[in-house]
Design a binder for this molecule. Structure first.
Ligand SMILES: [Zn+2]
Length: 262
């Protein structure tokens, strides 16, 4: 965590200026947002996939082939789902999450698109959140796409069924091989089309379709402001790239954005 050079004040000012002058600002966030909330990246040291193995690339097809079996495997004491739930139950939003909530409350940030499934942006109080890879605290109907709080769904008979339409329920988190739920995908594409500035924090944005969103904004002449501990493939496209963790850079950036408002 010490390889980031000290933040240049000029860069912070420049980034704040770009955000302030934009008409429609959105954010795209990823795993780097959550590290300081105690959630290791899936593939990082201590990560869920590092410990339990990568989920199968055809996970969704395997789920559809035998939903009861898939639920049993995921819920087993050695399975990844219980560990994810335990990790998330202990996690709290960090100053980076809270800074984005503040930016939304000030009327600057219009929509926050996240690849994280940890619910921390909502827990921090951000209201307009599009969770492109789903939310691990929710269960979704594969038929009517209604979502339910996990605690409200009984798991004594597997697979659980939708109380509205009777179809199978699965975790709202998007499995490999599963299409992004159409309501969320439409929202993300729509927001990216409106935006003239995108704040990309804690993600190298290499997973499609999330990866396409900042490129769309940039391609239409919008500004990309990056916050990341490391250089990424987006760095050359960014108007400003701020090196550091989301938990340290975002509060400093938001403070400058809001201080300069008239
Ligand atoms: Zn349903």
């Amino acid at each position: 965590m010490s390889d980031a050079p000290p933040l240049a004040s000029d860069d912070l000012d420049h980034a704040a200026q770009l955000v302030r002058r934009a008409r429609y600002v959105i954010a795209l966030t990823g795993a780097g947002m959550s590290v300081e909330s105690g959630i290791p990246p899936f593939r990082g040291p201590g990560g869920l996939w590092t410990k339990h193995g990568e989920p199968p690339m055809n996970g969704y097809q395997r789920f559809l082939a035998d939903p009861a079996k898939a639920w049993r495997e995921r819920l087993s004491p050695q399975g990844p789902m219980r560990e994810l739930w335990t990790t998330l139950a202990a996690a709290r939003p960090n100053p980076g999450h809270l800074a984005l909530t503040q930016l939304e409350a000030a009327g600057v940030l219009r929509c926050l698109i996240t690849q994280n499934v940890d619910n921390l942006h909502r827990a921090a109080g951000t209201r307009e959140v599009a969770e492109i890879h789903g939310n691990a605290t929710l269960i979704r109907c594969i038929g009517c796409v209604r979502r339910f709080e996990r605690d409200a769904v009984r798991l004594d008979v597997l697979p659980p069924r939708c109380p509205e339409c009777g179809d199978v329920l699965k975790s709202d988190t998007v499995s490999f091989g599963e299409p992004i739920p159409p309501d969320v995908l439409a929202r993300c594409l729509d927001e990216a089309e409106r935006a003239d500035c995108v704040l990309v924090a804690g993600t190298s944005a290499t997973v499609y379709p999330a990866a396409q969103l900042p490129l769309d904004v940039r391609g239409r002449g919008g500004d990309l402001v990056e916050v990341n501990l490391y250089e990424t493939e987006l760095t050359p496209l960014a108007a400003v790239s701020l090196r550091g963790t989301s938990a340290t850079v975002l509060p400093a950036l938001v403070e400058r954005i809001l201080a300069g408002r008239v």
